[in-house]
Design a protein around this ligand. Structure first.
Ligand SMILES: Cc1cc2nc3c(=O)[nH]c(=O)nc-3n(C[C@H](O)[C@H](O)[C@H](O)COP(=O)(O)OP(=O)(O)OC[C@H]3O[C@@H](n4cnc5c(N)ncnc54)[C@H](O)[C@@H]3O)c2cc1C
Length: 534
């Protein structure tokens, strides 16, 4: 049993930022848990391109216009304005001043801003092509300096503790749903603990791993989204999954991201025969069109001509030394797979990358459940609409991590958050769980989910494909639920149960929405959003 004032589930950029902000009040007691053994492990760690700053010829108005344009009419102007106005100063305060991240600078010491798709200005701050690694090291170091933050690893959240669902008091049935912490699986002790908290922050990241081809690391399986859904939180825009146009297509290195910054620095997409093709699909933006447009263009080229991939050429655009200096990580990784990017074009394919929708939250990160906040990729603030503008995700985690903490601090200071007694919350019920989890079943079912999602709920969707996906996922969901009800808990089993739940959420939202927009493209669309369709 554990009691804390604020429980933060996940310590990527969003969870870590929330914890750092709350920790400024020495009286606060904050517990951060991560399912991973290494606290750095997260999608944040993998970020390459960088984070949106404010370039020299830039303004909040210009960034706002770019976000709204990329979002294909679905971005919330209010949320996007918050990001554009507050982002750059928080970046300085949290990343530069607290986490001591040293962004790339030119020889005279000025910050270097790079370009990415659908940005009208050079405004992306970066640390080579390993921005996420530097950010995570800085944030975890900063957290370790906070005596009032307990960071626990190897702890997988299983379910949120919500009333009336988990309350022993029948009168709670007449009150609105509220969150009081979470049941957390201790992977070392193989048991579930109750963590009671006055405020709970979900910061568990995305769900790319429910797709066969993805840039996301193994932990991105939608755990938080599934927990929030089971608890009754409002989820929105689940159909808007962003596919990144350029993941490496070399056996053994599938899914490794080739950053958009490669095209930002002049890289050009080519057919296998070496012909540029983006001007046919996006004459104005060409290779720097919004991600959804580029990803579909690649998909069409592959489908039409039977290519297994297309090529991305940076070798003929920049001198070898500049490529090695600007993209050291991509250079090394490709070289290990037999591709020298200073002389050869890079084989690339699209891959699931980012969840634009999620747990609906307000401008302070509060969900539709009292006491439950969601920040970062798991949340839907409305910023990203139907298609996220490159390098805004880290910034969103920073801004909403900070804002949620600010609101929680205020609620705690004015004693507006109720604390809960352990007597009122039953311990985790493990009766009847006799079988050990069979890894073959877990892996097999996970692969089925990934294949169904890739083929039927992928880049190009239709009513027939989506209905098929829903039928197959519903059947699988029943099987997995039966398996879950009789099997001893295990991190893989928790993830499988969550993966099928969020896969169904995405497929159902995609079937319901017959308008093609951004990342959600229906062949049988009833409304075509003009020039964004190809
Ligand atoms: C390859 C790649 C490159 C990218 N490049 C960029 C970029 O250049 N710029 C940009 O802005 N964005 C980029 N993104 C997107 C961005 O990295 C993510 O959207 C962002 O980092 C998400 O941050 P987060 O804090 O919400 O989640 P994450 O960083 O994913 O952190 C999630 C945390 O939750 C924990 N967790 C998950 N499930 C559980 C559970 N059940 N119990 C306990 N803990 C749990 C994890 O262990 C982790 O600590 C990239 C993404 C990828 C995959």
């Amino acid at each position: 049993m554990n009691r804390t004032e604020v429980l933060i589930i996940g310590c990527g950029i969003a969870g870590a930022t929330a914890a750092l902000k709350l920790a400024r009040n020495p009286k606060r007691k904050i517990t951060v848990v991560s399912r991973a053994s290494d606290p750095h492990a997260s999608n944040t760690l993998y970020a390459q391109g960088g984070i949106v700053g404010r370039g020299p010829d830039d303004s909040p108005e210009i960034l706002l216009a770019d976000i709204l344009e990329a979002g294909a009419g679905v971005s919330s102007p209010k949320a996007a304005r918050i990001l554009a106005e507050e982002g750059p100063s928080l970046l300085k305060e949290v990343l530069q001043n607290t986490a001591h991240v040293q962004f790339a600078r030119d020889p005279s010491g000025d910050l270097l801003y790079t370009m990415e798709g659908a940005h009208s200005r050079r405004r992306i701050l970066h640390v080579g092509d390993s921005t996420g690694q530097t950010i995570m090291s800085g944030l975890i170091d900063a957290l370790s300096r906070c005596p009032n933050v307990i960071l626990e690893t190897d702890m997988t959240a299983v379910d949120l503790i919500t009333f009336p669902h988990h309350s022993r008091d029948p009168l709670d049935n007449y009150r609105p749903i509220s969150c009081h912490g979470a049941y957390i699986f201790d992977r070392a002790q193989r048991t579930v603990h109750r963590y009671l908290a006055q405020a709970t922050v979900l910061a568990t990241g995305g769900l790319g791993r429910i797709y066969r081809n993805t840039t996301n690391p193994p932990g991105a399986r939608g755990d938080g989204l599934a927990m929030a859904h089971r608890a009754g939180a409002r989820i929105t825009n689940a159909e808007y999954v962003q596919f990144h146009p350029t993941a490496l297509a070399v056996p053994g290195a599938e899914g490794f991201l080739i950053s958009e910054a490669v095209r930002g620095e002049g890289g050009i997409l080519l057919t296998v025969e070496g012909k540029p093709f983006m001007s046919q699909y996006a004459p104005e933006w060409k290779d720097l069109a919004p991600r959804d447009v580029v990803a579909r263009a690649i998909h069409y080229e592959m489908e039409r001509h039977g290519y297994p991939y297309v090529l991305l050429d940076i070798a003929s655009r920049l001198p070898p030394a500049t490529i090695r200096e600007r993209f050291p990580n991509i250079y090394e990784r490709c070289l290990r797979s037999g591709v020298d990017i200073t002389s050869d074009p890079i084989p690339v394919v699209p891959a699931a990358h980012y969840m634009c929708g999620g747990v609906l939250v307000d401008e302070w990160g509060l969900s539709s459940i009292a006491g439950l906040y969601a920040v970062g990729e798991i949340s839907c603030t409305g910023v990203h609409g139907a298609n996220r503008l490159a390098s805004t995700s880290l910034l969103e985690g920073l801004v909403w991590g900070h804002r949620a903490a600010q609101q929680i601090e205020e609620e705690l200071a004015f004693q507006r958050l109720a604390s809960t007694e352990f007597d009122n919350v039953p311990p985790w019920d493990e009766s009847g769980l006799t079988a050990d989890a069979d890894p073959a079943l877990i892996q097999g079912d996970m692969q089925t989910i990934q294949n169904v999602m890739w083929h039927y709920v992928g880049l190009i969707r239709s009513a027939d494909r989506l209905s098929r996906a829903i039928r197959e996922l519903s059947h699988l969901s029943n099987e997995i639920e039966t398996f879950y009800r009789t099997t001893k808990l295990d991190d893989g089993l928790i993830g499988l149960r969550n993966a099928v739940e969020v896969a169904l959420l995405v497929a159902q939202a995609a079937r319901h929405n017959r308008q093609s927009r951004g990342g959600h493209y229906r062949q049988d669309s009833v409304v075509n959003e003009g020039d964004r369709l190809i």
